[in-house]
Design a protein around this ligand. Structure first.
Ligand code: AMP
Ligand code: GLY
Length: 425
């Protein structure tokens, strides 16, 4: 194994930028490439224009450039077998194999897994026939009711229906109109749960699981949790609702049973497993699993990681995570996402971002680039979520104050951000 390593990061968002900045702290990391990357990432890594789903060219690039470690960050290439493709050529890759990434890629798979292994989650039924699904919601006659497309749908495949008519319309649009394509061939209809949501990312090598510090995502577009669901408008860590007692319960009833269940199914999960939890009046339950770091959860969790991330990745690949002590900094972090006007619906691109220094940052904060591109020495907007402006503090209040202070120094036409990150349930 090389002592100084060349790493290839696959992906192009704020999460990937946060991973790259953390990997660069390691004295074992010699050089990072990122495919396809973005304008801000280009200041920290060498960007390579290969699409995240292009397995053939990605493997070729890794071989030609003697890459020591490939880090597959987004859900789509994981589900499509990017890690498998690398391993087939003897290239070391961080992330689950496709047959384990299915825990995110198929909600039918994950719900059935939880039922089989008694992992707490919302009660549900699976349907492959829209008529039967509609008869079921009519017969149950309970609202709100949650309708979920089985497959990946850019975080948009979940509809919380407030009336039976809305539920039927959701079933129709997913299963008959194919709003999310083949992702909607099957659906899950489940019980509506209530309580604060918590995101817990965890390192696992398929044998042991080491939860990271907790975080809280703010998914709705506007303040007071109004507007459409987005990929995430901001995060804080730790999550104020995640007490030590709840953490211990989650470890025993959710984290360890999930890792063991995947191993038992012959699909050992290696990488970062994301537990989307709800702390219901009847205890913590799983809302969803993701087979990867969350975005923008990574932006608040990674700055708190003290242990060398390269060492952790290597230990996971070699299945010796039990030997590693994963340590964290105390204090808190906050990330405020600055988005393009209109996001998550249509938005303009190519607008100049003002207030960033030549490295793409601002004093007093860490600016993770999500949707930017470089044109000469200017940064332009190039996506829905543009920047994740992140700060650390001894307390959450201090982190939030620093993050919002940095946000106030950055501007672009139409910029939109939530003003209540860290302040709502
Ligand atoms: P997901 O895309 O699976 O993360 O779901 C998006 C959001 O829908 C979650 O963050 C929850 O806020 C909400 N949600 C999903 N399932 C349920 C449920 N069974 N009960 C209540 N809210 C839910
Ligand atoms: N922020 C939610 C996710 O990454 O899925």
């Amino acid at each position: 194994m090389a002592i100084t390593m060349k790493i290839l990061m696959i992906g192009s968002g704020g999460r990937e930028h946060a991973l790259i900045k953390k990997l660069l702290e390691s004295d074992k990391c010699d050089k990072i490439y990122c495919a396809p990357g973005n304008g801000g990432i280009a200041k920290d890594a060498e960007v390579v224009s290969i699409g995240a789903m292009d397995k053939e060219n990605m493997v070729k690039f890794a071989k030609d450039n003697a890459i020591d470690l490939v880090f597959v960050a987004p859900d789509d290439p994981l589900a499509a077998g990017m890690v498998d493709a690398m391993e087939a050529e003897g290239i070391r890759a961080f992330g689950p194999n496709a047959d384990a990434a299915i825990i995110e890629a198929s909600k039918v798979f994950s719900k059935n897994l939880m039922k089989k292994y008694n992992i707490p989650t919302a009660k549900y039924e699976v349907f492959d026939d829209p008529q039967k699904a509609m008869e079921y919601v009519e017969k149950e006659n309970t609202v709100p009711v949650v309708v979920k497309a089985d497959g990946l749908a850019l975080g948009k495949g979940v509809i919380i229906a407030q009336t039976i008519d809305d539920a039927k319309a959701a079933i129709k649009s997913i299963m008959e109109d194919k709003q999310f394509g083949d992702s909607g061939n099957n659906i899950v209809i489940e019980e509506f749960l209530t309580g604060p949501e918590v995101s817990v990312l965890a390192f696992t090598d398929g044998k042991v699981v080491k939860p990271m510090v907790s975080s809280k995502d703010h998914k709705r577009a506007y303040d007071n949790d109004e507007g459409l669901n987005t990929g995430g408008m901001g995060t804080v860590s730790p999550n104020p609702y995640y007490t030590d007692e709840i953490a211990a319960e989650c470890y025993d009833t959710i984290f360890v049973p999930t890792i063991n269940a995947m191993a038992k199914e012959g699909r050992p999960f290696k990488g970062c497993l994301y537990f989307g939890l709800m702390i219901t009046p009847n205890g913590p339950k799983v809302i969803e699993y993701n087979a990867r770091f969350g975005d923008p959860e990574a932006q608040v969790v990674l700055p708190r990681l003290k242990t060398d991330l390269v060492d952790i990745c290597e230990a996971i690949i070699d299945e010796r995570l039990a030997d590693i002590d994963v340590e964290w900094y105390d204090g808190a972090t906050a990330c405020v996402v600055m988005a393009s006007g209109g996001y998550p619906l249509a938005y303009k691109k190519g607008i100049e971002i003002k207030g960033l220094d030549d490295k793409g940052g601002v004093n007093g904060a860490i600016v993770y680039h999500a949707g930017t591109k470089l044109e000469g020495d200017k940064f332009l907007t190039n996506g829905g979520r543009v920047l994740g402006v992140t700060a650390k503090g001894d307390t959450l209040d201090e982190a939030l104050e620093k993050a919002y202070d940095a946000v106030s120094k950055i501007s672009f036409e139409g910029a939109h951000f939530r003003k209540d990150i860290g302040r709502t349930k």
